[in-house]
Design a protein around this ligand. Sequence first.
Ligand SMILES: Nc1ncnc2c1ncn2[C@@H]1O[C@H](COP(=O)(O)OP(=O)(O)OP(=O)(O)O)[C@@H](O)[C@H]1O
Length: 323
Amino acid sequence: MTGPPPAVAAVRVAVRRALADLEAGDLVLVACSGGPDSLALAAATAFVAPRAGLRAGGVTVDHGLQPGSAERAAQVAATLRGLGLDPVEDVAVTVAARGGPEGAARTARYAALETAADRHRAAAVLLGHTRDDQAETVLLRLARGSGARSLAGMAPSSGRYLRPLLELDRATVHTAATEMGFRPWIDPHNSDPSYARSRVRHDALPALERTLGPGIAAALARTASLLRDDADALDSWAEQAARDAEAPGEGLDVKVLADLPRAIRTRVLRRAAIAAGCPAGALTAGHVAGLERLVTRWRGQAHVDLPGGVAGRRVEGRIRFHG
Ligand SMILES: Nc1ncnc2c1ncn2[C@@H]1O[C@H](COP(=O)(O)OP(=O)(O)OP(=O)(O)O)[C@@H](O)[C@H]1O
């Protein structure tokens, strides 16, 4: 008896590993755009899930951004049904204008996936990001001057979102999709040079490969994974440090904060500002540096204004936040 081609086998193994912690009878939803990665993921899940005693469904989001998108979503739904994955939802999402179409579409997509997962009580939602997507993400964040948590890239698992293909390269996944008989739809945005990700994919990474040798995408993904471990360790240290520094309702003790390594102090301050109502995405390194000055280079300044109408103040040897 011959087994499946190697690329198909690799995708199935990756999916089997990602689903290993789920319990019999759990529902997994595959988020499928109709692109090669999420189609290969859907087909592998349709194969693996029943053998692991799991139920599997599919969800495709129609962003309504391009002409013919509704027909395409219907085709993806039909493909999912053909695989034996019940399309639990053909969600049409009206995209808000904020953040440009790319960012707004992503926000709307996650909201739609969240709704579908809640409604069907899914234990997991599977996303088709590959190692090359991870490398692109890391490079984009490196170009912004990000810290360890951000350079850790996309998590293999975060809440109920799982990314089973994150350790596989895109070429293997595309080979698997072809071997599974798909002729996938390729999103024209993927090659539109007005998107930074597209320029990274088509220009920056190939240029780095030529300069530094092949394997750069794998190396960037490995760095992300190492930094994830570091960021996890630093975050749990900061959690403990925040408990040590904080008296309930009285803010953070400046003496305790001053003795902490900077990486931990900035994390404690960030967490406290967010807990006080400051939106995480709006809190910049500059804001955190301002808070740090209240601790280590205080010259009697009154307060630091933060996004979301929050202010950090130094009062009687403590940093307090007011919403
Ligand atoms: N319209 C959509 N509906 C459902 N899931 C989506 C949609 N768009 C993206 N996703 C999910 O998010 C993942 C990453 O999306 P992204 O746009 O980066 O990939 P893509 O270029 O569409 O690739 P592919 O579909 O080949 O995975 C997809 O693999 C898929 O799991």
